[in-house]
Design a protein around this ligand. Sequence first.
Ligand SMILES: Nc1ncnc2c1ncn2[C@@H]1O[C@H](COP(=O)(O)OP(=O)(O)O)[C@@H](O)[C@H]1O
Ligand SMILES: [Mg+2]
Length: 243
Amino acid sequence: MIEFQNVSKTYANGTKALKNVNLKVEKGEFVFIVGSSGAGKSTFLKLIMGEEKANSGEVIVNGKKLSALRNRDIPYLRRTMGIVFQDFRLIDTMTVYENVAFAMHVVGAAPKNIRKRVPYILGLVGLQNKAKCLPAELSGGERQRVGLARALVNNPSMIIADEPTGNIDPALSFEIVDLLSEINRRGTTILMVTHEHNLVKHFHRRVVQIHGGEIVADTMRKTAGTASAGAQDTEEVATDETV
Ligand SMILES: Nc1ncnc2c1ncn2[C@@H]1O[C@H](COP(=O)(O)OP(=O)(O)O)[C@@H](O)[C@H]1O
Ligand SMILES: [Mg+2]
C-alpha cells in the first residue's frame, strides 16, 4: 500500500530530512512512527501525502509512483487518505455535524448520502450527542474525535495522523488510539506519529523509529490471532462502504 525505495529528501535550505529510507507498509497495518523532534517524521508523512517531493528514490502509494504524479493528480491521491492534525483544524463557526458534513460536501457527495453517513460516523467516534455543539464547546479529546470523524467520513483506505494526541490530555490520548485501533480492526491502514512512549508501549503495534532522517528500528509486535481477524474484517469494510 505504501512503499519507500531509497528515498531521500533534502529541503531547499540544504537540510537533509530523510536519507535513503526503505520501508513497506501493507494494507491493514497499524504503524507508530516515533523519533525525537526534527528526526524527519513529518517529512515522511508529507511525502506520502504528496505535500513534499522526494529528491531521489521512489515513494509508491496505492501502486502509484508519486514521482510520476502531476499536481492535478494530488487531490485524488489525498482522497484515499484521512488526515488527522495535531491542532484539530476544525471550522470554529460550524457545528460538529457541519464540520464532518463539510468534508463530504467538498468532494461532491450527494446530500442524501451526507445525511445518512454523518450520523453513522459520529456514532462510531462516540459523538452522536454532540452533533449540534460548536468546537469551542468540546474538550480537546472530543475535538480530536471530530477530527477523526472528518478524516473517516469519506471512507479512506488509510489514516495519516501526525501527533494526533499532541494537544490533548494524556489520559484521553488512549481513547483516541483506542478509536484508531477500532478503525484499523475494520480494515483501514493507520500511520500515526507520536512521541508518547506510554501509547507505544500500551498498544502492541509495529513501531518504526526515525533518527536523523534514517530508519533506525522497525519492530513488529503482533498480537495473537491477527491474521485470521484481518481476513474477517475485510467484509466489514465492504458493508461500511455501502452506508
Ligand atoms: N520546509 C522545510 N524547510 C527546511 N527544513 C525543513 C522543512 N521542514 C522540516 N525541515 C527540517 O527537516 C528536519 C526534519 O523535520 P520534520 O520532518 O518536521 O521532523 P519531525 O516531524 O520528526 O520533528 C528538521 O531538521 C527540520 O528543521
Ligand atoms: Mg513533526
